[in-house]
Design a protein around this ligand. Structure first.
Ligand SMILES: Nc1nc2c(ncn2[C@@H]2O[C@H](COP(=O)(O)OP(=O)(O)OP(=O)(O)O)[C@@H](O)[C@H]2O)c(=O)[nH]1
Ligand SMILES: [Mg+2]
Length: 194
């Protein structure tokens, strides 16, 4: 079975749960006392997708403002970006929109964008309506899902959705990830590999 390496980066405000999402996905573990990321951290996980294996090369970036200038190193060459907000923090949704803008201006042309509204276990203190996130995601052709790294909700699904958006490799397409352009994803049918 062919293995495809797919660079994926996680972006978003500090404290929204990027590292917790990666930790849940890769190690099926949640740490209440996780420390803020310094610079970035790297993990991999391989998942089946149709006739292929997708090896995610995951760059988990630091959300603190002082690390912002490092982000291009991680989104450059990425097949997908997971932009995370915290459903209990409106500000983090605003920051997410700034990341989308930056990716549109400076990110790879064909990057698949997934929006994750994390901490859905805290819906009692919700500040961002699911409807707003859905409408926004639709307007930019992004995947959207609410997750809980704590309770293992929709973490696998998030990465499966990304896998499905990555078109299968056909020989003459080698060298291109073949995904849709940011902002045009909703206008064109996406081919699915699984
Ligand atoms: N209730 C709840 N808490 C969460 C969840 N995900 C993460 N947290 C908590 O949120 C805090 C921040 O989580 P991190 O994963 O470090 O956040 P981050 O986005 O990686 O932060 P930076 O590395 O600073 O950018 C920690 O206290 C986590 O335990 C979740 O799904 N539910
Ligand atoms: Mg982190």
């Amino acid at each position: 079975m062919a293995i495809r390496e797919l660079k994926v980066c996680l972006l978003g405000d500090t404290g929204v749960g990027k590292s917790s999402i990666v930790c849940r996905f890769v190690q099926d573990h949640f740490d209440h006392n996780i420390s803020p990321t310094i610079g970035a951290s790297f993990m991999t996980k391989t998942v089946p997708c149709g006739n292929e294996l997708h090896k995610f090369l995951i760059w988990d970036t630091a959300g603190q403002e002082r690390f912002h200038s490092l982000a291009p190193m991680y989104y450059r060459g990425s097949a997908a970006a997971v932009i995370v907000y915290d459903i209990t923090k409106q500000d983090s949704f605003h920051t997410l929109k700034k990341w989308v803008k930056e990716l549109k201006e400076h990110g790879p042309e064909n990057i698949v964008v997934a929006i994750a509204g994390n901490k859905c276990d805290l819906s009692d203190t919700r500040e961002v309506a699911m409807k707003d996130a859905k409408e926004y995601a639709e307007s930019i052709g992004a995947i959207v899902v609410e997750t809980s790294a704590k309770n293992a909700i929709n973490i696998e699904e998030l990465f499966q959705d990304i896998s499905r958006r990555i078109p299968p490799l056909i020989p003459h397409q080698n060298g291109s990830n073949g995904a849709m352009k940011l902002g045009r994803q909703s206008l064109q049918p996406t081919s699915r590999c699984c």
